[in-house]
Design a protein around this ligand. Structure first.
Ligand code: G
Ligand code: G
Ligand code: NA
Ligand code: MN
Length: 253
C-alpha cells in the first residue's frame, strides 16, 4: 500500500535512479551499448525492485511519465559520455502498455532533440510477450520510431510463443534471447541446440542477436562458436550506477 501511495511522488522526490548494464560484442569484448535499468530507493522501505513497482505503474498509467524520466535521464547521460565513448548505444525498456500511446513518438523525438543524442544511438526494448499482445499498435509505433532512426529490440525472446517468421515482418534489429535458455547451454545439449537455432535463424533474417544472463566463461565460448553477436550478464558486469559503469567502460572499451 505504501508503495502504491508513494509511487506517484517518486520522481519529484528524487527517489528514482538509473543503473546501466553493458552489452558486450563477443568478437571484441567491448561494450556496443548499455541498457538502462530503473531503480527506486525508498526512504523507509529501501530498494524496491522494478518487478514490485513497474506493474503498479502500468496499472495506474504512471508508467508513461516514468518512462519519459528514464529516457531523458539516460539520453542525457549517454550524450555526456559521447566524447569518452563514441558510438555507445543506449537501450531503454519500453512497457507494452506504451505501445498503445502513439504520442510517445513525439516525446521520444523531443527528448532526442533536447538531449542532442543521435536517434540511431537509441534502442527501445519491448518484451516478446508484450509485443505479441499488442501486435497492431506495436507495429505502428515501432515503425514510426524506426522512421525517426530509433531501433527496436525484442526482449526476453523465447518466452512469448511468437516465431521468428512473424518477427521478421516487424521493424526489429536486435533479438535478446531470454536468460532461461542461456542458463543451461553448457550442460544441456537441447538448450544449446535451441539457442544455436535461434541465432542462425535470426541472423539469416538480418536481425542481430544478444544472449541475456551470461554468467560463465563456458557460456561465452559456446555463444562465440555459435556466432552470437552480443552478450549481457554478470560474467561481464552486473548493472552499475553511472560512475561505476564509466570506470568499467574506461577499463574495457
Ligand atoms: O535489472 P532488474 O532487476 O532491475 O530488472 C527487472 C525487470 O525490470 C526487467 O524485466 C527489466 O526489463 C524491468 N525494468 C527495469 N527498468 C525498467 C524501465 O525503465 N522500464 C520498464 N518498463 N521496465 C524496466
Ligand atoms: O528483462 P530484462 O532483461 O530487462 O531484465 C534484466 C534482469 O536480468 C535484471 O533483473 C537483471 O538484474 C538481471 N540480470 C542481468 N544479468 C544477469 C545474469 O547474468 N544472471 C541473472 N541471473 N540475472 C541477470
Ligand atoms: Na530489457
Ligand atoms: Mn530481458
Amino acid at each position: 500500500i505504501v508503495i502504491e501511495q508513494d509511487l506517484p511522488f517518486a520522481i519529484m522526490r528524487g527517489q528514482f535512479y538509473l543503473c546501466y548494464q553493458p552489452k558486450v560484442r563477443l568478437t571484441q569484448g567491448r561494450a556496443m551499448g548499455i541498457e538502462a535499468l530503473l531503480r527506486w530507493r525508498h526512504p523507509t522501505l529501501g530498494e524496491i525492485p522494478p518487478l514490485d513497482f513497474i506493474p503498479l505503474a502500468e496499472e495506474s498509467g504512471f508508467i508513461f511519465e516514468i518512462t519519459l524520466w528514464v529516457l531523458e535521464r539516460a539520453c542525457r547521460q549517454v550524450k555526456e559520455w559521447e566524447r569518452k565513448f563514441p558510438g555507445l548505444k543506449l537501450a531503454v525498456n519500453l512497457s507494452p502498455f506504451l505501445l498503445n500511446r502513439p504520442e510517445l513518438v513525439e516525446h521520444v523525438k523531443r527528448i532526442l532533440r533536447e538531449t542532442e543524442l543521435v536517434p540511431d544511438r537509441l534502442i527501445l526494448e519491448v518484451t516478446e510477450s508484450g509485443l505479441m499482445e499488442n501486435i497492431e499498435t506495436g507495429r505502428h509505433i515501432l515503425t514510426e520510431l524506426q522512421q525517426l532512426g530509433v531501433q527496436a529490440a525484442i526482449d526476453d525472446f523465447g518466452t512469448g510463443f511468437s516465431s521468428l517468421a512473424y518477427i521478421r515482418n516487424l521493424p526489429v534489429s536486435l533479438l535478446k534471447i531470454d536468460r532461461s535458455f542461456i542458463q543451461g547451454i553448457a550442460e544441456n545439449s537441447k538448450d544449446a541446440t535451441i539457442v544455436d537455432t535461434i541465432i542462425h535463424l535470426a541472423k539469416s533474417l538480418d536481425i542481430e542477436v544478444l544472449a541475456e544472463g551470461v554468467e560463465t566463461e563456458s557460456q561465452v565460448v559456446l555463444l562465440s562458436q555459435m556466432d552470437c553477436d552480443y552478450a549481457q550478464g554478470f560474467y561481464f558486469s552486473r548493472s552499475l550506477e553511472a560512475e561505476k559503469l564509466q570506470q568499467w567502460l574506461e577499463k574495457y572499451n
